[in-house]
Design a protein around this ligand. Structure first.
Ligand SMILES: NC(=O)c1ccc[n+]([C@@H]2O[C@H](COP(=O)([O-])OP(=O)(O)OC[C@H]3O[C@@H](n4cnc5c(N)ncnc54)[C@H](OP(=O)(O)O)[C@@H]3O)[C@@H](O)[C@H]2O)c1
Length: 339
């Protein structure tokens, strides 16, 4: 019997990359990717080609071409990134998927847990374009209107963007924020954290599981507070991190000020990252949204309960890789000054 065909959009990206790796490793599906034509010559696209992965070149807005590409596809997975244009491009993609008889659509979520309705702009994008069911307004999602089976997957906050930096500079090579030594809020709010590389293995299980059709699923590795992350890095490195503190009230003021001057223009990468980073942190560290119990309240299935046989990487293992100089800089070439 032939294996179900899975098409990944955003395969040259960070989340898409881990999903490609894990699906190939699991070997239960035929893995194909869709890349927009101007990106075919990028190193990440060439690497996929070298691995023998079937590449389709198309813009997501080209529904006629997409319908042909999607014919016979079982599952479409989108990891297109947070930009408005990319998020919107998923609407014609879902339309084409329905027409082609796709049996499951996984849109680009991959976020921390957060309710829709004014907490995080990224979350509200998904709900305002009707990619997600909006619990507050009770509006149906695009999937419900199309009758297209879906699964929404959120993943906690990546270890790769969570760790504090050290006075010696030993882990700066992998940090997006330099330095990253600020405790935001009280410091003891636990939040769900995940190794980016564990997203793919979870997805490989979720898309083969009928229990997750038309459901939200939450995956994570460990629940840790900022103080616990700092303490673990201090213990493993033998260094003391001099902490800066921004109170919950100061963080709210900083967020409001940043928001008022943010034009949702992602070509200003620093501004976009600052705004999105502050929203993530306010939601996680002050509101305490990114918590498996709250995810359950919002109706998510817990991937750790669905797949107890899968043991996610622990933060300590990732921190050791970092200290040995073996971690991958997931935002290589980018670094921003922390607040
Ligand atoms: N939970 C966390 O801690 C965390 C951290 C970071 C990100 N995220 C979330 O994870 C999601 C994915 O982010 P990421 O960092 O993995 O993405 P990324 O590395 O920026 O990759 C985005 C991918 O989407 C493709 N793409 C972008 N616009 C497209 C379009 N209009 N049409 C087709 N393909 C398009 C890009 O392809 P090209 O090669 O053509 O550019 C690339 O392959 C985002 O929604 C983000 O919010 C979560």
């Amino acid at each position: 019997m032939s294996k179900p065909r899975v098409l990944i959009v955003g395969a040259t990206g960070r989340t898409g990359g881990t999903i490609v790796d894990a699906l190939l490793e699991a070997g239960q599906t035929e893995v194909e990717v869709l890349i927009r034509p101007p990106s075919l010559a990028k190193p990440a696209a060439l690497k996929l080609q070298e691995r023998g992965i079937k590449i389709h070149a198309a813009e997501l807005e080209n529904t006629t071409q997409l319908a042909g590409i999607l014919s016979g596809t079982h599952t479409v997975i989108s990891a297109v990134g947070p930009e408005l244009e990319a998020q919107l491009a998923q609407i014609p993609l879902a339309d084409a998927a329905k027409k082609a008889g796709v049996q499951r659509f996984v849109p680009c979520a991959w976020m921390t847990v957060c309710p829709a309705g004014g907490v995080m702009w990224l979350r509200d994008q998904l709900s305002s374009f009707n990619l997600m069911h909006n619990r507050e307004s009770k509006s149906s999602s695009m999937f419900v209107k199309l009758g297209l089976p879906y699964t929404i997957i959120d993943v906690g906050y990546w270890y790769q963007v969570s760790f504090p930096t050290l006075p010696s500079g030993r882990v700066d090579y992998a940090s997006l924020l330099l330095p990253n030594t600020t405790i935001l809020g009280e410091g003891n709010m636990k939040t769900a954290l995940t190794d980016l590389r564990d997203i793919g293995p979870y997805v490989a299980k979720i898309i083969m599981d009928v229990r997750t059709v038309n459901k939200y699923v939450f995956c994570y590795g460990e629940l840790l507070s900022q103080e616990e992350l700092f303490a673990k890095m201090e213990e493993l490195s033998g260094e003391n991190i001099e902490r800066k503190y921004i109170s919950s009230g100061e963080l709210k003021t900083l967020l409001d000020t940043t928001k008022s001057s943010f034009c949702y223009d992602f070509s200003n990468v620093q501004q976009a990252f600052t705004f999105i980073g502050l929203e993530y942190r306010y939601s996680m560290y002050v509101r305490g949204d990114n918590d498996p119990a709250y995810a359950k309240y919002l109706g998510y299935l817990d991937a750790r309960e669905l797949y107890p046989e899968f043991v996610p990487r622990r933060f300590e293992a990732y921190a050791k890789e970092l200290l040995e100089g073996n971690a991958v800089a997931v935002y290589q070439g980018w670094s921003f000054q922390a607040w």
